[in-house]
Design a binder for this molecule. Structure first.
Ligand SMILES: [Zn+2]
Length: 265
């Protein structure tokens, strides 16, 4: 019995570790080369500043195997969900009628919620649950304050902002209807939704750990010229683990850069 089990295990190992046939190995090498060539040209043709392009290319050259692994993961994610890595912003609106078809209510999920009635797309919801549990295990509570927002709800949010703070101030911090990542159903606002959030334990935990769960800070500090928005320490978007790893390790932690690059792939 024991011998049989060892044999099965050895055979399984052979299947896993078995060498590729000579032709297959050459083909795999050729594919890798091709991927690196297309990545280089996508980077070159992207809208990223040239100094950023040079930094990203240097990081790719220094660690191309990991890069290709993350890239193929991100492209596979996009293949199964084209909205996951879609750029949505000031110049890139969603149709007024767009509404995700797999929204899940956060009520009764065990997540910490600032109010009832919040929802997210299924993949983002599952990742958020996993992330919240990991934070809780380290004594950190991630309070979810805003999640999916419909086009019509964003109209209310924007108009309320204009009434309170005026148009210019609102434009810098609130998306116009149709231009919000919240309409995608994969963005989450945590805590107080104010700059004070940056001083909290939750904010520090998210900054250090969110990418492991596929979440990315959408509007980082000092990047207003790139993102169109002021720093929002509380606003994260789920982009999947592979794209989040690319963002963190190759694109300087800037979501806009990694999404712009992937768009050209
Ligand atoms: Zn937000």
């Amino acid at each position: 019995m024991l011998a049989t089990r060892s044999l099965v295990r050895a055979l399984a190992l052979l299947v896993i570790l078995g060498p590729l046939p000579a032709g297959g190995q050459a083909a795999a090498q050729a594919a890798t080369k091709l991927d690196l060539v297309s990545a280089r040209s996508a980077l070159e043709n992207s809208s990223l500043p040239s100094s950023v392009k040079a930094q990203v290319q240097a990081r790719i050259d220094a660690s191309s195997e990991n890069f290709l692994r993350y890239l193929s993961g991100a492209l596979a994610d996009r293949g199964s969900d084209p909205l996951l890595l879609l750029r949505v912003g000031k110049a890139r609106p969603l149709p007024e009628s767009f509404e995700p078809n797999d929204l899940v209510s956060l009520d009764g999920s065990g997540l910490s919620l600032s109010r009832p009635g919040l929802s997210l797309r299924r993949a983002a919801f599952l990742a958020l649950k996993e992330m919240s549990a990991a934070a809780r295990a380290e004594g950190v509570t991630l309070l979810v304050s805003s999640s999916y927002r419909s086009y019509s709800y964003q109209v209310e949010v924007f108009n309320r902002g204009v009434a309170t703070d005026g148009l210019a101030e609102t434009e810098a911090s609130v998306a116009r209807p149709g231009h919000s990542q919240h309409q995608l159903g994969t963005a989450v606002d945590f805590g107080s939704i104010t700059d004070a959030f940056a001083q909290t334990k939750a904010s520090r935990w998210l900054a250090a750990n969110s990418r492991r769960f596929g979440f990315s800070l959408s509007f980082p500090k000092g990047m207003t010229a790139v993102t169109g928005y002021k720093w929002e320490s509380w606003h994260y978007r789920y982009i999947g683990k592979a794209a989040a790893a690319l963002e963190g390790e190759y694109f300087g932690g800037v979501q806009e850069y990694v999404l712009a690059f992937i768009e050209g792939m």
